[in-house]
Design a protein around this ligand. Sequence first.
Ligand code: IMP
Ligand code: MG
Length: 195
Amino acid sequence: MSPSAAPLREPRSGYPPGARVLFTGEQIRSTVERMAGEIRAAYGEQELTVVAVLHGGLVFAADLIRRLDMPLRLGVVMASSYRGEAREPAALELPQHPQLDVADRHVLLLDDILDTGRTLSALAERLGALGPRSLRTVTLLDKPSRRVVPIQADFRGFEIPDLFVVGYGLDFNERYRNLPDIVALPPPATGPRPG
Ligand code: IMP
Ligand code: MG
């Protein structure tokens, strides 16, 4: 579903000033349901180890795993690349190890959004080195026009243009993760951004 198909209604209070709704909670719900169907079709009854990237992937992970009915283990990794009010990724900080064993497991690495691709590719490399039986990736949002590292998610929800989005787990300066919709911030006032 493309963002242009979604209503751009005026957000209510608690939303960032000037923001526009790209995807409503209801649209997100049906997309997560569709993705869960694709994941069920891919894995069948096999046990799945979901590794969610915090904090952004938290809300998506919570909704997705409750729609999966195979045996499932949930682990988390913390990765952060955004700093304060910056919209551009700073140096990527990655953990040394996931807190859940992944060797010989069917691993599904989950993140909120695929932007430059640095986070997911670095984490996939890190997990791949630990000897999983299989390793796939899932992202709710995808900004392919921003890609720096060539990586595609095996399962993805929405493709969006080069916009900075918040809500449904995604933040700007640690705010707005609690919004039920996904909304686009207005572009920054100061000229085109680098990268
Ligand atoms: P990448 O490493 O550039 O692909 O960035 C992925 C990470 O950056 C995601 O896990 C998000 O936490 C963050 N990020 C990228 N784009 C956005 C956005 O539009 N809104 C909020 N966070 C974002
Ligand atoms: Mg993130």
